[in-house]
Design a binder for this molecule. Structure first.
Ligand code: DOR
Ligand code: ZN
Length: 426
């Protein structure tokens, strides 16, 4: 079965061309091409399939909130062809057995590739290093390791983990949160938290860990990736580390590019997330950092939660928001409509760079003949209204319910096979 995408704009640039997909690859790019099936792509932007470095799929353990099947379908609908599945499952993904299970579930579901993230420490407890080598050697070929949800706060463990994964070109993805500075924290520490009487999560708790870890990465000569950067000061620190030539990369979430901490005044726990929503000046700095390349990529931190964990009072609610199905639209709103990024740069920050950081072969590749047909077709001029009831994710905790967002994913192809057509599961 071959497909031809008619009159599409590669990266939103140049003249419209036809793209023929055959045998899982881009077979030809030109004009007047035909295939077994066709999509009219007039006015549509063709991007490499998006790659998420930070997805919570919740399986095993919380299949009531998400499964690999529902989460990867949500990913495909959002234009993703690969996601990294975070390790804070139950049991924790801290052994070859668990990461292979998640990887196999991804293969069976078939909506997008699943690259399991391995825990850095046993049980995410921050005490003993997990079996990083056996996870790397497993069928899942883990290259990204993270205790996300928790910070690897022990500097010695962090140092040893960065040293250890050098052997197989791995990276430690740090959830930067100094635990003592964030005890009981509920939202960003600032004017709004004082007014609302909610315990604050200060910027310095993130920045102190980032500063420490960057210095460790420089010392060790290892790779550090900083998860969900949320403050202006963090952007400064990462800029400094890159100037030093250290191997440090960073991600920002769509929600930290758009939303601010004053939303906590609603006391609606849908806005509770970790790290918390920050201030408008943080948002501006994050946008600038993503635009100038200080922040390398966007990662969703898709964090689905069951109703009973989210529809409670603020203090008792679990932190996290869903994000896979809205990520590209939120980036379009925050970065493309504002003139900060072109679609070409969106391809870099949501596909090429995250694929490179995760060492994922076959993803984030150029739109060229011979390359794997992992693709995402976007209507840049469409708008849509977010309706949590019609989303593929099993959870309902989107902060954008009822919002009208720009740009719509029309189709997604995984190795030449459509996973999404007409904005619906294929
Ligand atoms: O908001 C968050 N939710 N932040 C995290 O670090 C973990 C995540 C989750 O697992 O729900
Ligand atoms: Zn995290």
């Amino acid at each position: 079965m071959t497909w031809v995408l008619k009159s599409v704009l590669l990266y939103g640039e140049g003249e419209p061309v036809d793209v023929l997909l055959a045998d899982g690859r881009i077979e030809a790019i030109g004009v007047g091409l035909s295939g077994d099936d066709a999509i009219d792509g007039a006015g549509l932007v063709l991007l490499p399939g998006l790659v998420d470095l930070h997805t919570h799929l919740r399986e095993p353990g919380r299949e009531d909130a998400e499964t690999v099947e529902t989460g990867t379908l949500a990913a495909a609908l959002g234009g993703f062809t690969a996601v990294h599945a975070m390790a804070n499952t139950d049991p924790v993904a801290d052994t070859a057995g668990v990461v292979e299970q998640v990887w196999r579930l991804g293969l069976e579901a078939g909506h997008c590739d699943v690259a399991p993230v391995g825990a850095v420490t046993v049980g995410l407890r921050g005490e003993h290093m997990a079996e990083l080598g056996s996870m790397a050697d497993s069928a899942a070929r883990v290259r990204v390791f993270s205790d996300d949800g928790k910070c690897v706060s022990d500097a010695s463990l962090m140092r040893r983990a960065m040293e250890y994964v050098k052997a197989f070109d791995g990276v430690i993805a740090q959830h930067a949160q100094e635990p003592r500075l964030t005890e009981g924290a509920q939202m960003n520490e600032g004017i709004t938290s004082s007014k609302l009487g909610l315990a604050g999560w200060p910027a310095v708790a993130e920045e102190a860990i980032i500063a420490r870890d960057c210095i460790l990465a420089g010392h060790v000569g290892g790779r550090l990736h900083v998860c969900h950067v949320s403050t202006a000061g963090s952007v400064e620190l990462i800029r400094w580390a890159k100037d030093k030539g250290w191997d440090v990369t960073a991600e920002v979430t769509p929600h930290h590019l758009l939303l601010t901490d004053d939303l906590a005044a609603t006391y609606d726990p849908v806005y509770k997330v970790n790290p918390p929503l920050r201030t408008q000046s943080d948002v501006e700095a994050l946008r600038q950092g993503l635009a100038d390349g200080t922040i390398d990529c966007v990662a969703t931190d898709h964090a689905p939660h069951a109703l009973e964990d989210k529809e409670s009072e603020w203090g008792a609610a679990s932190p996290g928001m869903t994000g896979l199905e809205t990520a590209l639209s939120v980036v379009a709103k925050a970065m493309v409509e504002t003139g900060l990024l072109s679609w070409r740069q969106v391809a870099e920050r949501l596909s090429e760079t995250p694929a490179r950081i995760g060492r994922l072969d076959g993803h984030g590749r150029p739109l060229e003949v011979g390359e794997p047909a992992n693709l995402c077709l976007v209507d840049p001029s469409a708008t849509w209204t977010v309706d949590p009831r019609t989303m593929a994710t099993r959870s309902r905790n989107t902060p954008y319910a009822g919002d009208v967002l720009p740009a719509r994913v029309v189709a997604t192809f995984l190795r030449g096979r459509p996973t999404v057509l007409d904005g619906k599961p294929a």
